[in-house]
Design a protein around this ligand. Structure first.
Ligand SMILES: [Fe+2]
Length: 247
């Protein structure tokens, strides 16, 4: 799936919109509703990232590719410039590179980028060595919702170190819900301003409790983040990812 034309909308690199495959959209009806909300929120490119757990059979990634083709038709019925890509949110395990080679794990939009999930209580040494190993195999790991990873979240030295090892960091739009005095939102905006966050993702699961949010979060953080830093996470980095370039 190549980018067919330039569009200026947002890229959501983290979503659970495929019907009935994980704890995301229950059925095609909910998928359609989520797509509609995402389009209205200014999203024009979506990478579908159903959860990937160890020892998945190869047929599951083939099934995902077929589902994405089906969903892309739904997206096209909303608008011609709406594009859907394959991917996985990969629960960290040592065998990730080998599983990619076997074709049982999907990289983001068939690029060298991976969305990797660490458990909130994961030890930093395992994160550090895991990231190094993935990078050694030539992949670009993006740590999903870094704000949930306790060993990283408030430790700027570790954030710098892990980025230095080749990691990229993603934050969920739903983790920045607050106004002027919201501590977590302000802290994450500070990290974005310093260039430590590379991507936003909605991590949407449904239309109710975890709906797709993009534009409403962008509006909220626009005042708190330098323009250049916002441009990077909203447009420049996503464009590089889809074009298989390094950030
Ligand atoms: Fe997720």
């Amino acid at each position: 799936m190549e980018i067919r034309k330039e569009n200026t909308g947002y890229l959501d690199i983290h979503s659970h919109i495929l019907p009935g495959v994980d704890d995301g959209a229950k059925n095609l009806k909910e998928t359609r509703e989520m797509l509609q909300i995402m389009y209205e929120q200014g999203v024009r490119n979506i990478i579908t990232t159903p959860h990937s757990y160890p020892n998945q059979p190869k047929k599951s990634s083939e099934k995902l590719r077929n589902l994405v083709l089906q969903i892309e038709e739904e997206a096209k019925s909303i608008s011609e410039d709406f594009q859907i890509f394959t991917g996985n949110e990969i629960l960290y395990r040592e065998s990730i590179p080998e599983e990619i080679e076997k074709g049982t794990i999907l990289t983001l939009a068939d690029t060298q980028y991976l969305l990797v999930e660490f458990l909130p209580e994961e030890h930093y040494t395992r994160i550090f060595h895991g990231i190094k190993r993935i990078v050694e195999y030539g992949y670009c790991p993006i740590i999903a919702h870094m704000e949930r990873v306790e060993a990283l979240y408030e430790n700027v030295d570790r954030i710098q170190e892990i980025i230095g090892c080749g990691a990229y960091l993603q934050v969920n739009t739903g983790s920045m819900p607050g106004g002027m005095f919201h501590k977590k939102t302000n802290y994450l905006c500070k990290l974005i301003g310093k260039g430590y966050i590379h991507f936003l993702g909605s991590d949407c699961h449904n239309t109710t409790t975890r709906p797709p949010r993009m534009e409403e979060t962008v509006k909220r953080i626009r005042k708190k983040v330098p323009k250049e830093a916002l441009e990077k996470i909203l447009y420049k980095n996503p464009k590089k990812l889809l074009n298989k370039q390094y950030i």
